[in-house]
Design a protein around this ligand. Structure first.
Ligand code: FAD
Length: 398
């Protein structure tokens, strides 16, 4: 392996590139925008900055948030302190910080659009707006709108959700999360260091309708949005079948981050998985003993063991979490009720916010924490509705 080209310089691409260059590989990163305000909440969980502490310890502007308020129709709201804070960045700052690290590690950064990727007998020919270049290996990190059709995940409409919102020049200290009737998604208010990112994500509903829901909410909360910058993007939200056939690697390439569909189908968290997959991809590329075919297999296996099997299981829970009913009320309303009444349930929610509670481990935790009749009711409900079949952990196809 002489030269690796990383296509896309978001968190996934810049992370992978930094690792490869640090290990001495000739690494080129191509991005048409580089550090830009990619539509995003910008929230990083404890899981992310605990794995990669420089995400917390750096000079980039950021907001460390220690309190959240959750609300659902017919349940009111509940406020919870976060024992593990959420760190919120503007994406321009986060991308800039990660790209700087990549450049310092020796990555050659080029600002242009990648137009086409051609497989040659050995390696790749990459055509860009500025010309063309050759590479032995490609890391595909072009995000959810990957236009390179022969590499990366292939999804149908039902494997994505819309996410849109406003940047509001205002401030507050807590995160607000609002569940909505009949929506597989939610509204968030994320405070950043000098503004708020207020947005909505949802599956199976048009962008127009989501925007109307969001603006109704902002009107009710007296959040002024006239004249504020509006943003919108798609968010991968893979259904179970898509996880099973997910195309994350092939001969001479691996896909990372959104281009590989690696986003939590319940929370929409993608930043950690972008960086983590960049990390795993670099480990596989740097293994000089492995053939190209073995690299495909190794990457699929690493992803699955590290987090993809859990996200795949999360996909089986998503509809039930947002649209399900439990004890004559909606699940989000019941969550608020339990958070008010049960310290153990609040702890569980804390861990979900921190990213330290897996979806696969939820059933065991509910069994352990809740006792008596409520435990039986909950566990029976869980077993009846969402227990994973053996197939849930099938390895993604290369
Ligand atoms: C509205 C919204 C809110 C979100 N909020 C959160 C959140 O709070 N926390 C969280 O963890 N996740 C959140 N996510 C998800 C998160 O934004 C993504 O998972 C994350 O950005 C993925 O990183 P990436 O590097 O894979 O892709 P991206 O960040 O999308 O980066 C892809 C890069 O590739 C470049 N590119 C694409 N095509 C080409 C091309 N042909 N040539 C050259 N360059 C190209 C782009 O310019 C871009 O810089 C949110 C997503 C949305 C849409």
């Amino acid at each position: 392996m002489k030269k690796v080209v990383v296509l896309g310089g978001g968190p996934a691409g810049s992370f992978a590139a930094e690792r490869l260059a640090s290990a001495g590989l000739d690494t080129v990163l191509i991005d048409e925008k580089l550090a830009w305000e990619k539509p995003c909440g910008g929230g990083l969980t404890f899981k992310a900055y605990n794995s990669y502490p420089y995400l917390l310890h750096n000079n980039a502007p950021k907001k460390v948030v220690t309190q959240t308020c959750l609300a659902a129709p017919k349940a009111g709201e509940v406020t919870m302190g976060l024992t593990q804070p959420l760190v919120i960045y503007s994406r321009r700052d986060l991308n800039g910080m990660l790209l700087d690290r990549a450049e310092k590690a020796g990555v050659q950064i080029e600002k242009t659009r990648v137009l086409e990727l051609d497989r040659k007998s050995e390696g790749w020919l990459i055509r860009t707006r500025n010309g063309s270049l050759e590479a032995d290996y490609c890391v595909v990190a072009t995000g959810a709108r990957n236009s390179l059709r022969n590499v990366g995940t292939q999804w149908t409409r039902s494997d994505t959700m819309y996410a849109l919102g406003y940047y509001i020049p205002s401030e507050q200290d807590q995160i607000d999360i609002q569940f909505l009737p009949h929506l597989e998604g939610y509204i968030w208010v994320f405070p950043r260091y000098d503004h708020l990112s207020v947005g909505i994500c949802g599956k199976g509903e048009s962008a127009q309708s989501l925007r109307a829901r969001l603006e109704r909410y902002m009107d009710e909360k007296c959040i002024p949005y006239k004249g504020a910058a509006f943003y919108g993007h798609v968010l991968p939200s893979l259904e179970t079948p898509a996880w099973r056939r997910n195309r994350v690697a092939g001969e001479g390439w691996v896909a990372v981050g959104d281009a590989a569909g690696l986003v939590d189908p319940i929370t929409g968290e993608g930043l950690y998985y972008a960086m983590r997959s960049g990390d795993l991809a670099s480990q596989v590329i740097l293994n000089e003993q492995a053939s190209l075919a073995e690299k495909v297999h190794a990457y699929c296996g690493l992803l699955r063991r590290d987090f993809a099997a859990d996200l795949e299981f999360g996909a089986t829970l998503a509809k039930r979490v947002f649209l399900g009913r439990f004890l004559f009320n909606t699940v989000p309303a019941r969550m608020i009720h339990f958070m008010r009444r049960s310290p153990l349930f609040r702890e569980l929610m804390q861990d979900l916010f921190a990213g330290t509670q897996s979806y696969i481990g939820l059933k065991k935790r509910l069994l352990k924490n809740l006792n008596g009749t409520m435990s039986e009711v909950l566990v029976n409900w869980f077993l009846r509705k969402v227990v994973p079949s053996e197939n849930v952990l099938v390895e993604p196809q290369g």
